[in-house]
Design a protein around this ligand. Structure first.
Ligand code: HOZ
Length: 427
């Protein structure tokens, strides 16, 4: 038994399933989760001293690569000034201004401690603002584990094969309507029936929790028009895509103004941070100004603010940051498709900024949840374990997007493709 296996056995005695977030348990790929002890740049080291090129990046935050020296330096300085005040600091305003600078549709913002908190707060705010009950989400989109959002959700729920969680009273779930991603006609049909009681549409503008699924041309603009017609709030969940696919997230790429935006991951530079923000007239409904309550002891925590601020400053300082990320994800995805083709394995891949997905499929393109569900999960599992043996760490689920960092090098991509070539031939 190796050290990871021992760690897992010990963890299982005291932590349900041995993990603190389900996808990590390797249920989607079989086998024992790897336990890590060190992360630096584009690499990870496990407790058995194996070394990996990392394409998970802590599920998105590590866009600069792990353990960036400037982030460490900022944190070290901050630690000596206080870990948490539970009172306002100027750092919060500084980070708020930086985010508003990156995201023109955000006029005001509130910081929380996770993406889940951000989405459930945004939903409550939309309901309080519109005085309506229902929300519309999309099949396979994941917005954290708030009760009304765990209906036909992606990510860990899809990995475990239970898209709707137990423990949610049907009285809550009945207010969550679900439409097919990239199917505007379906959204219009739902609005024709329920539109007057729909507080908000919430969407991952680029879905990243049912593998990566890009929005079809006109789809997001169509949602904007429907929300305008019915006076519903359009919420872009950019926890994953914010600061990752472009400086201003997916809304900058597709030129759509969301009413509210949720953020997380990169925003915290590796520390737990979430945020929601948007139109000032909507944000004014939040306590202490308005009657929608939301609070958090560690909200705006100074260490998290410093890590986030330093991360955004470093991104801003490099003018070709997103071009470089996009070029690397292009090399990776095109390379994977070419190597698979050479080995006779049907594969598609897509990339956007520092995010990518690949799909074992004979289809010509992946546009819907149903397309993703048709992919060959057996081939994915074999590929995942083959790559792991070759020193490449991919997300242990066919339903998660992959992440690149600015610390990945051309040599890392080359090594990854050489490994992929061997593994494709063995499938
Ligand atoms: N489900 C999240 C990623 N889409 C988080 C997974 C984890 O941290 O284990």
């Amino acid at each position: 038994m190796n050290r990871s296996e021992q760690c897992f056995l010990e963890a299982c005695r005291v932590i349900p399933g041995g993990v603190n977030s389900p996808v990590r348990a390797f249920k989607g790929v079989g086998g024992t989760p790897i336990f890590f002890k060190k992360a630096l740049g584009a690499y990870l080291w496990d407790v058995d001293d194996q070394h990996y090129i990392d394409y998970v990046g802590s599920w998105g935050p590590a866009i600069l690569g792990h353990t960036h020296p400037a982030v460490l330096e900022a944190l070290t300085q901050q630690m000596h000034h206080g870990l948490s005040f539970g009172a306002p600091t100027a750092l919060e305003t500084e980070l708020a201004c930086k985010v508003i600078d990156f995201f023109p549709a955000i006029e005001q913002i509130r910081f929380v401690s996770s993406g889940t908190e951000a989405t459930l707060s945004a939903i409550r705010l939309a309901r309080g603002f519109t005085k309506r009950n229902k929300i519309l989400k999309f099949e396979g989109c994941y917005h954290g584990h708030g009760d009304s959002l765990l209906v036909k959700a992606g990510s860990g729920l899809l990995t475990l094969g239970v898209p709707t969680s137990a423990g949610i009273p049907s009285d809550f779930a009945k207010h969550t309507l679900t439409a097919r991603f990239n199917d505007l006609a379906h959204v219009q049909q739902i609005f024709a029936e329920w539109g007057e009681d729909i507080a908000a549409i919430i969407i991952e503008p680029i879905a990243g929790n049912m593998n990566l699924v890009l929005p079809a041309s006109g789809f997001l603009a169509g949602l904007r028009a429907i929300c305008d017609q019915y006076q519903s709030v359009l919420i872009f969940d950019e926890v994953m895509t914010g600061f990752r696919v472009a400086k201003g997230g997916a809304q900058a790429l597709y030129q759509i103004k969301a009413d509210l935006t949720t953020l997380g991951k990169v925003l915290g530079g590796g520390l737990p941070v979430g945020a929601f923000g948007g139109r000032a007239d909507i944000m004014a409904h939040l306590a202490p100004l308005g009657d929608v309550y939301q609070a958090g002891t560690l909200s705006g925590n100074p260490l998290a603010m410093r890590a986030g601020l330093t991360t955004l400053q470093l991104i801003e300082a490099q003018t070709d940051f997103y071009e470089q990320l996009a070029s690397m994800s292009g090399q990776l995805t095109q390379g994977l498709v070419a190597e698979a083709k050479a080995a006779g394995v049907p594969l598609l891949a897509d990339g956007v900024g520092g995010m990518f997905g690949f799909y074992f499929t004979e289809l010509a393109r992946i546009a819907t949840y149903a397309d993703v569900m048709q992919c060959d999960s057996v081939a994915f599992k074999a590929f995942f374990h083959g790559m792991l043996k070759q020193g490449v760490y991919l997300a242990p689920s066919a339903f998660e997007a992959g992440f690149l960092s600015i610390a990945h090098s051309a040599q890392d991509i080359e090594k990854t493709l050489t490994a992929a070539s061997k593994v494709f031939k063995s499938l």
